[in-house]
Write a protein that binds this ligand. Structure first.
Ligand SMILES: [Zn+2]
Length: 416
């Protein structure tokens, strides 16, 4: 069997013919497949796509194809130039590669597919290519996918922020959290009002007006923009974001108290208790459980903060916004008397956002509760997998690539 036969089976281009195949020894073993245009076929202009009269032929160029049995594969083709009536002299358009890429489209999609399963560095290593080429592959896949994605039927969205570059910088992410479709819709730099405004501009006025539910954090710039751009939607402060504020408050109480106890020379009872106080009781391990029980015996500020948080969890079980509101008010009053400044800060914040908070009960059945939290975890995982982003562009691309559920072109043969 000829290599040509296989190539014609997996990747056929009607106006072109695979010719001689050579095995070339070098630094890396490679297979070079000569490609020739069919006799009498006219080249297509890369500017407008229309066929035109040939002008001249350039020296042969190599286009990297999917490797085969550990052998690098190149298509070798001498590109023609077209004397196009509308674009003047242009290089021809070839069906296996786009623009100035030296990698064939098939190989780019192949690398991009693997970059969803492995880190970019690993993909480059496994396929003996460079990180930059993997980057180019993901960039191509994301751009194609974003240009071809279906944005109809978006009703519920969640707005979230993620920290990157060791938490010194932020990006805003917007997810679609409808029951029928959950995906990352949009990423923008920073977490300013203008960031979220850019999202609404991208979404368009019509689709923004069709939104029914929006989940977000209490971050002021977000609240402002959402009120302005999608006032018809029920704006929900969701559980995940609220509870994240509790965790921060407990952390603060705990670290202050630890320092204080240490300064006064007490035994370090709070050592390694961070997760005891942040986890839900049902998630504690067998060794953590008795430790928590022991800790609760001390009348520590950290423990009181923890108990206030655990008490607040009942809030989410309410069905009626009315009774949930009553519970919220009582909890806030009690917390304001607690003399735990970080917790009082949470209480004040909850009071300020009471109506939006109670919207949770109006939206409860319509939006999937843990969706934003789930995406937040996946986004963090993506960040970790890419070990510290060199640039915002890399962050953006890897998030779209792994969480965007972006479409891919239909192909007859899948290479991986
Ligand atoms: Zn043209």
């Amino acid at each position: 069997m000829h290599v040509k036969t296989i190539l014609n089976r997996v990747q056929r281009h009607p106006s072109f013919v695979y010719e001689r195949v050579r095995l070339v020894e070098g630094d890396v073993l490679r297979l070079e497949v000569e490609v020739r245009a069919r006799t009498n076929s006219r080249p297509c202009c890369s500017g407008c796509g229309r066929p035109g009269p040939g002008y001249d032929t350039l020296p042969p160029r190599r286009f990297e194809f999917v490797p085969f049995w550990g052998i690098a594969v190149f298509l070798v083709y001498a590109m023609r130039r077209v004397d196009c009536p509308s674009c003047s002299v242009r290089v021809e358009r070839v069906p296996w590669a786009t623009g100035k890429h030296t990698l064939t489209d098939t190989y780019l999609w192949f690398l991009a597919g693997w970059a969803r399963r492995l880190s970019w560095k690993e993909v480059a290593e496994v396929f003996r290519t460079s990180w930059d080429k993997v980057f180019a592959a993901v960039e191509m896949a994301v751009e194609w996918g974003r240009a071809h994605q279906d944005l109809s039927g978006i009703r519920s969205i969640g707005v979230d922020e993620i920290a990157w570059q060791r938490s010194h910088r932020y990006a805003t992410v917007v997810y679609q959290i409808d029951e029928h479709c959950r995906r990352l819709l949009w990423v923008g730099p920073e977490r300013k009002a203008k960031t979220l405004l850019a999202f609404f501009r991208w979404l368009g006025a019509e689709r923004s007006a069709a939104l029914t539910f929006i989940c977000s954090d209490m971050w002021k710039p977000y609240l402002k923009v959402i009120a302005k751009k999608a006032s018809q939607a029920v704006h929900v402060l969701d559980r995940f974001h609220i509870m994240a504020h509790f965790s921060k408050a407990i952390d603060k109480v705990r670290s202050e108290e630890t320092r204080e106890l240490k300064a006064k020379g007490y035994e370090p009872v709070l050592k390694n208790t961070r997760w005891l106080l942040l986890k839900r009781p049902e998630n504690l391990t067998e060794t953590q459980e008795p430790r928590l029980a022991e800790l609760v015996r001390y009348n520590l500020r950290s423990v009181r903060a923890y108990l206030l948080k655990e008490d607040f969890q009942f809030f989410w079980d309410y069905v009626s916004p009315h009774w949930a509101g009553q519970f919220l008010d009582r909890w806030c009053t009690r917390t304001m008397r607690s003399r735990l400044e970080p917790m009082k800060k949470v209480a004040r914040m909850l009071r300020r956002h009471r109506p939006l908070l109670l919207n949770w009960f109006r939206a409860k059945k319509a939006i999937s509760g843990g969706a934003v939290e789930g995406f937040n975890n996946k986004a963090k995982l993506t960040l970790r997998k890419s070990y510290g982003f060199r640039s915002y562009r890399v962050l953006e691309l890897s998030l779209y690539h792994s969480l965007g559920a972006l479409p891919e072109p239909h192909v007859t043969h899948r290479f991986c």
